[in-house]
Design a protein around this ligand. Structure first.
Ligand code: FE
Ligand code: FE
Length: 190
């Protein structure tokens, strides 16, 4: 790991809650393993994993306030579902506070919560690493996804997006249209 990543890791260990930080490290190394499997740049995967939830250093209300301050535009559905906001805020902080200039890494952070159709390999890796990292508590379907992700990442994405849509619907929560698009796109790729 580079000096820069070690410094960012130290900073995040102070800024994030203990469980959030452990999740972050889990995502970082899971993303690196997937990068090894799929021929993606390992350093980029580590960086994206390490910073993916950096926007979660403060509560949702504060995240919204910071988005206003930094002129980050939020969609209707993001304002209705504050759990999504940390992705855009995180990409902004990754670029401007942690000085990550690589567009691919910043895009992967931006889309890690909802996914999107036609993702780059790095985007796919971060999206699914967030879902399967070892600290995640077991939910129905997770073991199946973990079992196939190193053979068929597109199918793993489809199954996790489908699961997310169902989970939100069952809980009577609204679903971001982009999550639905991700699910539909990767279903076609089956
Ligand atoms: Fe996240
Ligand atoms: Fe996460």
């Amino acid at each position: 790991m580079t000096e820069k990543l070690i410094d960012i890791r130290k900073n995040l260990s102070k800024k994030l809650k203990k469980e959030r930080f452990e999740h972050t490290i889990g995502v970082m190394y899971t993303a690196a393993s997937l990068a090894m499997c799929y021929g993606e740049d390992i350093e980029k995967a580590l960086t994206a994993g390490l910073l993916h939830d950096c926007g979660k250093f403060c509560p949702a209300k504060e995240q919204i306030r910071l988005c206003e301050k930094y002129a980050i535009s939020l969609s209707e559905s993001e304002l209705a579902m504050p759990a999504l906001i940390h992705a855009k805020l995180g990409a902004y902080l990754a670029e401007n506070k942690y000085k990550i200039k690589d567009r691919e890494i910043l895009d992967a952070i931006t889309w890690h919560t909802t996914g999107r159709p036609a993702m780059t390999m790095l985007e796919k890796i971060l999206y699914i690493a967030d879902y399967i990292e070892p600290n995640r508590k077991i939910i129905p379907g997770l073991e199946e996804i973990r079992g196939i992700v190193f053979q068929d990442i597109d199918r793993a994405i489809y199954l996790s997006a489908k699961r997310t849509v169902r989970y939100l619907e069952d809980g009577g929560k609204s679903v971001d249209p982009m999550t639905v698009s991700t699910c539909e796109y990767y279903k076609k790729e089956e």
